[in-house]
Write a protein that binds this ligand. Structure first.
Ligand code: HEM
Length: 414
């Protein structure tokens, strides 16, 4: 940016791409989805996520899939899901508190994967001979890499993982088709119902690609956000105290202290949402959002020819001192009184426009419930790691270990 300004042309793993760090152009790109721009991802993404993954589909098919996903992760489903998320989280935290320490990224990834896999395909790691999650390793490294499919490369590892995971998903779907359930209870049941409908547009391949993307998109992103959030809370005791006050007040205001979180309580967590927003602003989990120009675009004196790849770069906006005072500081109070839903010109952690992340609310539910269980029942302290990596656009704690202790009423410090 310093050398070429806010919009410039570069090469990304051998492919020419226009990078936009300009908030107005970013916003324009999101608003013009399907008109002047179209979702487009490099070949590495499409090979790993499948050629028919939701990010590569457009028009009618895209809308159809988006509706399917919203059916699963929209507010109506999430309302019903809260007790399940709370139970799973409570169980995990209890387990961690009996351990010497936990590596938080791995531990939260496992927790979220189990929850999502159960919702999607009723997959239970404990009752399975193969570990489905194991196949999703090395994904982040493989997505933006040279597409060299030879042993030893991150790309090769990803493709192998994809092959194994897709075979497992296919087998599971087949088993389910042979033994259909009476009542629809997970996403597989829904998919099978859709596949059987006359004139359906859904194919098995599209459904399996969707399943694969959802599993990956849900556990890898949210576990990063949670790990970074805990690190920030441990580094900022004032924020932790304020968060704890919010959650203790929720419990105090109930008729029965252990009656479980409700949707109304979740919606009342103002400070919690500020913490979540501030965490994802700094985390920049998705460092680049890709599009292709459908026509030649003129914008602020720039010309982008038709058919070119464009990458919106959210970190450049999220860490811009003109948009955020002291941008590297973790300061949830900066969000006080601001709109915390959807995207703005200054906030695009979950994308924007028509393709705004369908998992946003699910992520928020999981994070809020996690905070609730953590701060009302436990104390924690970092025991190892937690160095923040500042590579361009990506920063998260590496090898962050914490020790969790049941909360002692007399000892109310961390
Ligand atoms: C901290 C957590 C998350 C972050 C930062 C995040 C970020 C994003 C971003 C930036 C996009 C836009 C991509 C684009 O415009 O090309 C997106 C799309 C998407 N996200 Fe998320 N996401 C998160 C959690 C989730 C979860 C939990 C799910 C699963 C339920 C999910 C599923 C999806 C799907 C299916 C899309 C594609 C939507 C489309 O193409 O319209 N995400 N996400």
């Amino acid at each position: 940016m310093k050398r070429y300004g806010p919009v410039f042309r570069t090469n990304l793993v051998g492919r020419p791409v226009v990078v936009s760090t300009d908030p107005d152009l970013n916003y324009f790109i999101f608003q013009q989805e399907g008109n002047l721009f179209q979702s487009w991802y490099p070949d590495t993404f499409t090979e790993i996520f499948g050629r028919q993954n939701v990010g590569s589909l457009h028009g009618f098919m895209y809308k159809y899939l988006k509706n399917m996903v919203l059916n699963l992760f929209g507010p109506e489903s999430l309302k019903k899901m809260i007790p399940e998320v709370e139970q799973t989280t409570s169980k995990r935290l209890k387990l961690w508190s009996h351990q010497e320490g936990v590596e938080l990224k791995e531990a939260t990834a496992s927790m979220i994967f189990d929850l999502t896999a159960k919702k999607l395909i009723s997959y239970d790691q404990e009752n399975s001979s193969e570990n489905l999650r194991e196949n999703f390793v090395a994904f982040i490294q493989g997505l933006i890499s040279f597409p060299l499919d030879i042993p030893g490369t991150a790309y090769h590892k990803c493709l192998q993982g994809r092959k194994r995971a897709m075979r497992m998903l296919k087998d599971l779907l087949q088993q389910r088709r042979e033994n259909p359930r009476k009542h629809r209870s997970d996403f597989f049941d829904y998919v099978i119902e859709e596949l059987q409908k006359e004139g359906t547009v859904l194919t098995e391949a599209i459904a399996l690609d969707l399943m694969f993307v959802l599993l990956f998109a849900s556990f890898e992103t949210t576990s990063l956000a949670l790990t970074l959030a805990v690190k920030f809370l441990s580094d900022h005791p004032l924020v932790l105290t304020k968060l704890r006050e919010e959650h203790e007040a929720i419990v105090k205001n109930r008729e029965h202290a252990d009656s479980g979180l409700t949707w109304k309580e979740y919606k009342s967590m103002t400070f919690t949402f500020q913490v979540i927003n501030e965490t994802v602003r700094l985390a920049n989990i998705v460092p680049g959002i890709f599009r292709k120009t459908l026509r030649t675009i003129q914008f602020k004196g720039y010309t982008i020819p038709a058919g070119w790849a464009v990458m919106v770069c959210p970190p450049a906006v999220h860490l811009n001192p003109e948009k955020y005072e002291d941008p590297l500081a973790f300061n949830p109070w900066r969000w006080a009184g601001q709109e915390l839903n959807g995207a703005t010109k200054s906030f695009m952690a979950f994308g924007g426009g028509m393709r705004f992340c369908v998992g946003t609310e699910f992520t928020k539910v999981q994070m809020a419930v996690f905070f609730h269980c953590l701060v009302t029942k436990y104390r924690f302290e970092p025991i190892k790691g937690g160095n923040i990596l500042r590579t361009p656009g990506l920063q998260f704690p590496n090898g962050y270990h914490i020790k969790l202790m049941e909360k002692d009423e007399r000892h109310n410090s961390t």
